[in-house]
Write a protein that binds this ligand. Structure first.
Ligand code: ATP
Length: 174
């Protein structure tokens, strides 16, 4: 089976005393991969809520990919904290060759440093409909994919086990 390797990030930010993470609503109808007939997502489907991630480029380390994709897809800059976990899933391409793909996505924990969420390049708007701050404690239920829910639970465990994270966070009023 074909394989794909991606990396993504959980970007945490402390606001008004609680932790939030940056999530995106990916555009499901991408011009380059138009859904066709069977398996196409109906227009009325609830929005997907997902973590920022993307393909690991040649010569790139997964943690670099994670931070790059975070910035490209959400508009914010973040500092790496550490690796959380690899998640795995199989999907069937609904465009081109229709191949089954085994995908591994490495997720990293990062902390917000600068930038405004949603401040992304025009070409990124094709992939990302919206980016927003989601309360961390709501993330395991709000994220659309089981694997990413697991990632959020690990991020929650991490902040509980590392109270010093507070000191690294830029506490902002809004
Ligand atoms: P990338 O964001 O890594 O560049 P992509 O956007 O091309 O990749 P995916 O996000 O992996 O591809 O989406 C391909 C298919 O897999 C879509 O049908 C999507 O709904 C599904 N998918 C995405 N993430 C997950 C997941 N964590 N678990 C199961 N299915 C997923």
């Amino acid at each position: 089976m074909e394989r794909e390797f991606s990396a993504g990030g959980v970007v945490l930010r402390k606001m008004r005393g609680s932790w939030f993470l940056a999530v995106i609503e990916p555009h499901m109808d991408r011009p380059k991969k138009p859904p066709t007939g069977r398996g196409a997502r109906p227009k009325t489907a609830a929005a997907i809520i997902a973590l920022p991630k993307g393909t690991i480029d040649q010569g790139e380390k997964p943690d670099q990919t994670a931070l790059r994709e975070v910035t490209e897809e959400t508009g914010v800059r973040a500092e790496l904290v550490g690796k959380l976990v690899d998640i795995k899933y199989v999907y069937v391409r609904n465009w081109g060759d229709g191949a089954r793909v085994f995908k591994i996505v490495s997720f990293y924990l990062a902390i917000y440093r600068s930038g405004r969420l949603g401040n992304i390049a025009p070409e990124m708007r094709i992939e990302v409909q919206r980016a927003f701050w989601l309360p961390l404690k709501a993330a395991p239920a709000a994220l659309s994919y089981t694997g990413e829910r697991k990632v959020a639970l690990l991020a929650i465990d991490y902040v509980k086990a590392h109270p010093e994270m507070e000191a690294h966070a830029t506490n902002t009023a809004h």
